[in-house]
Write a protein that binds this ligand. Sequence first.
Ligand code: FAD
Length: 546
Amino acid sequence: MKIVIVGGVAGGMSAAARARRLDESAEIVVLDRGEHVSWASCGLPYHVGGEIPEADDLLVQTPDKLRAALNLDVRTRHDVVGLDTAARRLTVLTDDGTDTVDYDALILSPGARAVRPPLDGLDSSRVHTLRSIDDATALREQLDRGAGRAVVLGAGFIGLEAAETLAARGLDVTVVELSSHVLPPLEHEVAWRVTAELERIGVTVRTGLAATAVEQGADHDTVVLADGTRLPADVVVLSVGVRPDTAVFEQAGIATDRGALVIDEHGRTNVDGVWAVGDAVTSTDAVTGLRRPVALAGPANRAGRLVADDILRPGSARPLPPTLSTAVVRVGELTAAATGADRAALRATDVYFHTLHLHPSHHVGWFPGAEQIHMMIHFRAGDGVLLGAQAVGRAGVDKRIDVLATAIRGGMTVADLVDLDLAYAPPYGAAKDPVNLAGMAASNVLDGTLHIWHVDQLEEVRRDALVLDVRSTAEFASGHIPGSLNIPHTELRERLGEVTAAAKGHPVRVLCASGVRSNIAHRVLAQAGFDSASLSGGMLTLRAAL
Ligand code: FAD
């Protein structure tokens, strides 16, 4: 069996290594157009910033080591420019000219290319993408020549990693994003804290705006924005998305959907003997069932392993799992992470769901160093199946999102989250971990113990209900919703008459700082016969909407 793999990084090299471990007799050839294989693209921003000083530190393997350890025939600077699926033959451009490579089984893991929008001036030498080690080297060289001002176009994960590292190198950085907030895959409640952190580390954030041109100058370029703003830039990082790098394979008759290779549950394309994985393929979303490309390293690596199984153990290989798009990013001192579906994705389905916000400490509050985690979860109405989660904070975020990703993958409900037996000692968590707390609060919502209202209902709540603020008088004095009544939750039982008088038969909508005290107050009011509800996430979430 001769297995040929196009693309020797995340998906491709995982497939190659697994194939070798399953079959010592297989001939395994890996073709990559680049200088390197098996290198850490995820480390590029940190190499630019200097946290990873040497580019060589990004090379996880070399062709020689791969030959020695796994007997792989790795050919770099081999660009696949043609595919004849009937003859099972690839045409390859090498330094020595054109060559052909035959295969019995072909695995395509060509990844994605940076999107280059049709803007004037993007051919400037000061404009950089961040997809390869060469890109990172070129950017570093430009910085070493003394760049002082940077504009990052696109505030997705890679754009923000670039912005963070450029700011850490002392550049004056502006991030420009077309969407209404940074990190568009995140909900605005989570993303606004990332914006605040970017500003804290000195990055200027411009959202809801497109760049319209890059004007090239002798000393510097100027990025022109749609509102006429002109941003001088010694360096521009272009990070506005990626597109599957599939033209050669599409031309050869491999079916695509908006450029992404279409695969079945085992990674097989429409053409016999051809499999595909990674950024170049469409994946099935685990929550919504929608198919779209997911440009993340984990799914690519795991899929590579599974297609090798399908080739060498036909009939017994597990199908590729649907993806949750679990992702995490560091921005300054913050970590932001998400898993599963967001509100927009859920609204596009016919699933009826609840959203809940919480702000628990990452470990018990009485142990030094406690930091708040700002969390939100989405869960299905009725049975409480967990659908998505996002969180941002200075500590403990990645752990909680990983637990919640595991829960979604396991089809768990919010009641199951209550029962999760998670590790606890004061420096690490709490006897009721934030994940348990999310499960408890969500279970209360499902069984009607907790009625919640949301910040997007603020206008109608102010019109139709009494807003009862149960924070302390000092907190109330520091800022409150105009027209709200302040009764600290500890005094509420004795002052219910004041609520009756102020509500005049209208509903009572309670709030506090984070939703904990307002839940207590809500229970007092509900049991006293009021139509009451507690603000999900309290003032800490309300701030995101203001
Ligand atoms: P790739 O790893 O991109 O490999 C594709 C290879 O195929 C390339 O080497 C390319 O040269 C080669 N190739 C393409 N076409 C041909 C051809 N015709 N002939 C020969 N060779 C070809 N993901 C995360 O989950 N977490 C992160 O923190 C993260 N950070 C990232 C940071 C950066 C700067 C970048 C660029 C990506 C990051 N990613 C991250 C995404 C992750 O790297 C990708 O999802 C993953 O590498 C995709 O694997 P792949 O095998 O599909 O493609």
